[in-house]
Design a protein around this ligand. Sequence first.
Ligand SMILES: C[S@@+](CC[C@H](N)C(=O)[O-])C[C@H]1O[C@@H](n2cnc3c(N)ncnc32)[C@H](O)[C@@H]1O
Length: 231
Amino acid sequence: MRYYPRVYDALFSDPEGMSQYHRFLVELGVSGPLLDVACGSGDLLLLLQEKLASDGLDIDEVMLSQAAQKGVKGELFQRDFTLPWDIDKQYQTVLCLGDSLNYLSSLDQIRAFFNEVMKHLGSDGRFVFDMHSKDRLDEFEEEYLEEAVVDDLALTWSVNTVQNQLVHRFYFYDGKDYPSIEEVVQTVFASEEIEALLEEVGFKFRVVTDFSLAGYQVGEKYFYICERGIK
Ligand SMILES: C[S@@+](CC[C@H](N)C(=O)[O-])C[C@H]1O[C@@H](n2cnc3c(N)ncnc32)[C@H](O)[C@@H]1O
């Protein structure tokens, strides 16, 4: 049993941040049916489903059962997004937000993922994803450390940069002789490499930094708003 999905909402749930994502998508005019890839515990789906038919995909069954308990109405697919999705549906919008693309660890995985998105996207559909900017690597050169207690479970969470990866380490003090340690690794890719893969797979796209700044700017996240290109 992993503790990480059980403490995820307590540590990271951010209603204001989620509303900002939601507003961004509404302003883009995204349409349904929609698939939120790496939907986590479903907070964005809850906002989107008010107007659009919205499904979710995530690898983690605990996250998905939390999403269902919160009232997500669409289909929830338990899938590993590094593999073929095996979903017999097409979507007008495919999302992959909250730095979830950074859970892919190689350019080959990204290429396969973009191809899978393309396969599930309607002819005039849109694919919107974000990823950590390269500035994030500088930010965590110095280790970030946080302590918390979630439902009586004490934990510490650290983040630091190792080459082009952000390594999140969670120590759970669950009463055993040693803490249980879980690691989440996010790989930060160069924007040129992502652009080359989007073009190779057949997407045209534009880039926005931190929700509102056109193009690549100093900031936390780059957003890519993609449509089928000429291929
Ligand atoms: C940072 S959370 C983002 C959740 C949500 N999109 C949000 O913005 O709050 C990343 C999510 O990616 C999921 N994930 C990680 N690796 C995955 C994989 N190989 N396949 C599918 N989902 C994965 C995790 O279970 C987690 O729910």
